[in-house]
Ligand binder design. Sequence first.
Ligand code: KG4
Ligand code: ZN
Length: 339
Amino acid sequence: MPVYILGIESSCDDTSAAVLMNNVVLSNIIANQQVHKDFGGVVPELASRAHQQNIIPVIDKALKNANINKTDLSAIAFTRGPGLLGSLLVGTSFAKSFALGLNIPLIEVNHLKAHILAHFVVEPGKEKSLPEFPFLCLTVSGGHTQIVMVKGYNEMQIIGQTIDDAAGEAFDKSAKILGLEYPGGPLIDKYAKLGNPDAFAFAKTNMPDLNYSFSGLKTSFLYFLRDKLKEDAMFIQNNLPDLCASIQSAIVSMLMVKLKKASEQTGITEIAIAGGVSANSGLRKAISDMQESAGWKVHIPEFQFTTDNAAMIAVSGYYKFLEGAFADQSVTPYSRGGI
Ligand code: KG4
Ligand code: ZN
């Protein structure tokens, strides 16, 4: 009998609901929140209010697009954390009451594990090679930068991570310094395509072991621009593509150095990337190039599964469903925590 899972994601500023039949996605609806644009970042209180407005229409649409009735659902999976507490509460409360009302199991999902398991979401009629265990996953999002050793669907170990800013923050903060809108990562990527990555050099930090630090790079970028703007007030306007290409290249090269080191140390050449920053064209190219140069077998997610989405929550729920790993009604969200 097929298993139908409804996944609910509300950890940050996207309200999303998806329906999967086993690991095949039938619908994946995402409502982005525009209210944060004017503030240069996500405003937690506004985010949770927008989730409250969005959640019912988004779930309704996910069920309709999947062409199933709520009574067909086998279980409900939701993001328990980490994320913004007020946002997580909306999804968690809805999932708990819906599961209670339908008398079906409730499954709690870790958002970071879900970004990785997004690789196992299959689209109807599309061929896809799934990662084989064990593999390494570079998870790069707005809140996290981690190298994870993935031994099984529910067996993961962080072997390296950032001690300060996440890679997505490095992109977003650099974009902010350039006067670009939030979230700036996709805009840096867009302008970088027109620029020279070797035009400018910034101080890259090399942390011990497999760890990262991005705050020094941001400061180096800020001071570099402050000095240049003293000489030429139009420096940013006149050099935007080169600035974007150079800062993107610095972030990507820092990410790759530690990922290569992790592969050498563990002997694992099955490599995946996940999270919002895995949409970055520079990072996607750098990873793909490693197929030829180092014999890696790489897994690059479809764009729609890179940023926050509920299909990744539902697929994580599916693998927990198979193990009978259910949550009870006393479950509460958590804002921080690893994998
Ligand atoms: O995974 P995600 O949607 O949310 C979190 O869980 O944080 O990641 C969002 C992050 C933001 O920092 C955004 O700027 C970044 O992913 N991002 C990108 C690109 N697309 C999204 N960064 C660089 N290049 C992109 N193309
Ligand atoms: Zn995320």
